[in-house]
Design a binder for this molecule. Sequence first.
Ligand SMILES: O=P(O)(O)OC[C@H]1O[C@](O)(COP(=O)(O)O)[C@@H](O)[C@@H]1O
Ligand SMILES: [Mg+2]
Ligand SMILES: [Mg+2]
Length: 333
Amino acid sequence: MSKSLIQFIIEEQRHIPNASGDFTGLLSDIISACKQIAHDVNKGALIGVLGSAGSENIQGETQKKLDIITNEVFIKANEWSGHLAAMASEEMDDIYEIPKQYPRGKYLITFDPLDGSSNIDVNISVGTIFSILRCPEGVTNPTAADFMQPGTKQVCAGYALYGPNTMMVITTGHGVNGFTLDRDVGDFFLTHPDMQIPVDTQEFAINMSNRRYWEEPVQRYIEECVKGKDGGREKNFNMRWVASMVAEIHRILTRGGIFLYPFDNKEAGKAGKLRLMYEANPMSFIVEQAGGVCSTGRERIMELQPTGLHQRVPVIMGSKNEVERVVGYHKGA
Ligand SMILES: O=P(O)(O)OC[C@H]1O[C@](O)(COP(=O)(O)O)[C@@H](O)[C@@H]1O
Ligand SMILES: [Mg+2]
Ligand SMILES: [Mg+2]
């Protein structure tokens, strides 16, 4: 049997001088949260968790029952053990302070408890995304301001993918590794060591229905992909759109590709759809650690200075040569 996820993390932590075990403890809580979420997602209608909750989150999105249930599961699994100082989630307006009866720790976490919510009722792959930051030294009552750290400050990022099989993919800044849940044993085991994104690809992913709202550089790039060899590119392209970011990024980690949710002027003042703190930054850390590139089209996503817990950013990430081509078009190449 290959290494379990916890064994892998403990062995990795041995290389860190004075590692306290806090980080391993936190990962173990996150893993148990994702196992519980995998159970609920897998049971679906059998336990009455499909459908809308009839409420809206701060982003004005109608929440699914599972958006709320998975948020609760993630909080309950992580609030008690003393590794975290506070949490922030897509489904909560403000930060979640660790209740007074529990000790507070040195880490902060941002998470998207259920990514791809529009797919949950139609049984298409969904996921959970998380990003771990350090709580600033000496801060015992963190505020949202303490979370405003660029993606380069992330200690760890990961996602769980609830698909035909359940996987967790993680980076702590030493490459990217994928683990598959063995439901009989009840644990994740290393199945995808050292994942690498090919620098070239013939597969793009974008929601084409937004085309008329895109900026010229993206219009041009996608037009060329669609036309392929008949339009001046040296190769033809295939297209995919699952509408679950976790599933798109996992496909790209597995066989390459470029994923775009670019800036569009569909809604004034909205810089994109995806959120910096719990979608774009954690996925950028993972994609860059696997040899890919992540940009807004104009800036490296992980160098952005966050200004809000739920701020949205344009996202273009994946195979190096294609992302750099789109960035070049934004620079007028
Ligand atoms: O509905 P669209 O425009 O295709 O957008 C799909 C995108 O929205 C998301 O579902 C947003 O995430 P949530 O489901 O967590 O809100 C992404 O996973 C996905 O890439
Ligand atoms: Mg999401
Ligand atoms: Mg979500």
